[in-house]
Design a protein around this ligand. Structure first.
Ligand code: 3H9
Length: 714
């Protein structure tokens, strides 16, 4: 026995408890500890059955993902590890029972499927989420799950990775019994009782590997696999692993069990070494890394947020209010006129109704949420709100006026948040007598859907307000990333160059739809020009007009969007922008735009030419990298992975590329720098290479190295 796995006895039942907090991952030592338990109780005449259970809050959440990097870097060899355990559990002469609470994910579910039986608490979840890490289940999951749940369900679970409830798992035949009660003790007692029952009965033990009844015939399976491939092509465009998951499950239906396991191992290996898997694992750990703020210790006081108030019932304000209501926090929403308030509440209601229609939740649930939102035109009740979020029009004078008002009405220790997307948070904070309580909460549209929350720390923002905001982000289901106070913060500051380059390319002769196609094929949800049309071209136009300093004298400035806006083409909402839109918002190339671009080029002396796809890709994507490197160097983002998480969750950057900074690491920073220098020589000012990029290339380092060094330094 090692300390990661504890062996104990409850009467005639041997209990193997995994003790590897926080999630009982199958780290080195855990598989061995399980196997030792199986061997020990197998040899013990007084033991009639063996229960395997997770200590703490969960069963086993899967293989230890940290180990994968060691394998792909060559630091470690992949051994038989988990397979030996699974065969050991299945081959045991005494019944083996997995007792599941929390999550049985990945290798956890696979371990349980090596057992003869599975019991679970009703609150438990099971799943094969490996695909989200760019891999397939590599410990027989693709061969065992179809044998228990049937081919169709196994395909869905492996190719999409969504978990299912214990109840659903019971109905499908994955779980044999739901244990009454809600706690760990109930589970253990229920599992031991079950083990005594099966331990007392004679007869052969059921082995999942021998259960072929649900595998279907080739005729039955052909349309199922075709449908799965079509579904994946639609829902997971550009991803590698979903297709490999389908292939592996298919092997379970065409090959004998052991051969299927071999095929699974080959496909697992192929996926594990893919760049997509590395990118998705980077994103997994990145999402957790961004929670760590070096100078805000874990024990910093986090204020309890039990009530909220939002100022502004526009699209953003309404979405923000929904976030609070969705997690049961009562929220006041304030507008200046009854009419604007009614309009805002109507939008909120419609959003909820749409979710009810789609079956995402019940009418009752919607009614409860709506009841938590109090619309009003006064500041009544603000004195007891734990957080006040301002979400009014993006105009400094107005924001300052609102913050001065909030200062008078909000309770002494309330969090005062602004949803500004570009403005100086210190200037806003200075309108109050308590700048240490002011912080930016930059939500992304639609605020009730998008996962990103940029949390903008002002010069005087207190650590408590930072810690509270980070915790609150999780409570309302967002990925909170702390950023510094610069124009556009991190996301929008980088988005400027991204869209600027797209415009420059169009002015230089690349067709509008070609620019968007290249970036779409790179994996983005939408190309940069189509995004402009969706968001409204007038938004950027207003920013440019209001900030003449953005394009200093002597630098090239984008001309096309200003001309489009001035011609009344504001994007989708006016039926025309970069494209022309039909009544169903269908997008069409517009010769008028091509003609306008030719005119602009002639007037501004821009040579129009054929532009290759790789130039389009690099000019658009590497503009993000160069600006990201500057942001890092200036300290407005804590780590390069923070930038990646912002781009993955707020800007539709393809997850399988890991974010712009990780993508640059993957390409090789020397190659990235060479390309940027090439663009600098050809296009001047905007492509000056970021000094940090040069420094990293000089030292032979990556952005990930930079993050690691910063982490170990502080
Ligand atoms: C697999 O199983 C392959 C197999 O087929 C076998 C092949 C041979 N490994 O998310 P949290 C860490 S692939 C290592 O904040 P929650 C996490 O980084 C695996 N570390 O908690 C964090 O660390 P820190 C398939 C892991 O309550 C801490 O635990 N399984 C792992 O919000 C807490 O995590 C999956 O993909 C891991 N497997 O959510 C499941 N899991 O505190 C991945 C977590 O230092 N995990 N950590 O930042 C999850 O989905 C969630 O963690 C879970 C808990 C839902 C379990």
């Amino acid at each position: 026995m090692n300390e990661l796995v504890i062996h104990s006895r409850q009467g005639s039942v041997g209990v193997i408890t995994i003790n590897n907090p926080p999630v009982n991952a199958l780290s080195p030592g855990v598989p061995q500890g399980i196997l030792e338990g199986v061997d020990k109780y197998g040899a013990d005449d007084e033991v009639r059955a063996i229960v395997i259970i997770g200590g703490g809050r969960t069963f086993i959440a899967g293989a230890d993902i940290k180990e994968f990097g060691k394998i792909t870097s060559g630091e470690k060899k992949r051994g038989p590890g988990l397979h030996t355990v699974i065969y050991g559990l299945e081959g045991s002469s005494k019944p083996t029972i997995a007792a599941i609470h929390g999550t049985a994910f990945g290798g956890g579910l696979e371990t349980s499927m090596g057992c003869h039986y599975r019991v679970a608490l009703v609150s438990a979840k099971v799943g094969q989420p490996e695909v989200k890490l760019g891999i397939i289940p590599g410990a027989q999951g693709t061969q065992r799950l179809p044998r228990l749940a049937g081919v169709e369900k196994a395909l869905e679970m492996c190719a999409l990775g969504a978990p299912i409830s214990a109840t659903a798992a019971h109905e499908l035949g994955i779980v044999d019994r739901i244990i009454d009660g809600g706690g760990y003790d109930d589970l253990l007692a229920g599992a031991v009782a079950f083990a005594e029952e099966v331990g007392a009965s004679a007869g052969p033990l059921p082995k999942v590997s021998e259960r072929n009844g649900k595998l279907g015939t080739p005729q039955e399976n052909a349309p199922i696999f075709a449908a799965a491939r079509a579904m994946v092509a639609k829902k997971r465009r550009g991803y590698f692993a979903p297709l490999k998951n389908i292939e592996a499950v298919e092997a379970s239906t065409t090959l004998p069990f052991d051969e299927g396991v071999k095929r699974e191992a080959e496909l697992f290996q192929e996926c594990l070494f893919s760049s997509q898997s590395k990118a998705l694992i980077h994103a997994f750990f990145g999402e957790r890394a961004v929670r760590k703020i070096p100078d805000v210790p874990k024990d910093t006081l986090v204020k309890k947020i039990a009530s909220a108030a939002v100022i502004g019932a526009g699209t953003m304000g309404g979405g923000i209010a929904m976030n609070y209501a969705n997690v049961g926090i009562p929220v006041i929403i304030k507008e200046t006129s009854q009419e604007a308030l009614d309009r805002g509440m109507n939008t909120i209601r419609k959003n909820y109704e749409r979710s009810v229609k789609r079956g995402r939740f019940t009418q009752e649930f919607m009614d409860q949420r709506m009841a938590l939102i109090t619309p009003q035109t006064s500041y009544d009740g603000f004195e007891s709100a734990d957080i006040v979020v301002e979400a009014v029009f993006e105009e400094m004078g107005l924001k300052k006026k609102i913050f001065a008002e909030i200062d008078k009405v909000a309770k002494a220790d309330a969090v005062l948040a602004s949803n500004t997307s570009t403005l100086n948070i210190d200037e806003i904070a200075a309108a109050t007598t308590r700048p240490e309580q002011v912080i930016g909460h930059h939500f992304f549209s639609p605020a009730n859907v998008m996962r990103l929350l940029e949390i903008v720390r002002g010069e005087k923002t207190s650590k408590e307000i930072v810690a509270t905001s980070m915790a609150l982000a999780r409570t309302i289901g967002k990925v909170g990333v702390l950023v510094g106070n610069c124009h556009g913060f991190v996301g929008n500051r980088m988005f400027g160059p991204y869209r600027r380059e797209a415009q420059f390319l169009a002015e230089e002769g690349a067709a509008v739809s070609e620019i968007d196609r290249v970036i779409y094929e790179f994996g983005a949800a939408m190309g940069p020009l189509a995004v402009g049309d969706l968001a409204g071209l007038d938004v950027g136009w207003r920013v440019r007009k209001g900030n003449p300093g953005l394009f200093p004298e002597g630098t090239r400035r984008p001309l096309a969007e200003d001309r489009l806006v001035e011609a009344g083409r504001h994007g989708q909402k006016t039926g025309a922008g970069w494209y022309r839109y039909d009544e169903n918002r269908g997008r069409h190339d517009d010769p008028e735009v091509t003609a306008l671009l030719t005119t602009i080029a002639a007037e501004a002396n821009i040579e129009q030419r054929e532009i290759a796809d790789d130039e389009i890709r690099d000019r658009v994507i590497l503009s993000l990298v160069n600006e990201g490197a500057r942001i890092l160097e200036e300290g407005f983002a804590l780590r390069s992975v923070d930038i990646d998480i912002i781009y993955l969750n707020g800007y539709g950057f393809p997850p399988f590329r890991g974010g712009p900074m990780f993508y640059a690491d993957t390409v090789g920073l020397d190659k990235v720098l060479a390309r940027i220098e090439e663009f600098h020589a050809a296009h001047g000012h905007w492509w000056r290479p970021a000094p940090l990029l040069k420094e990293l290339v000089g030292a032979g380092k990556t952005f990930s190295d930079w993050d690691k060094e910063r982490a170990s330094a502080g």
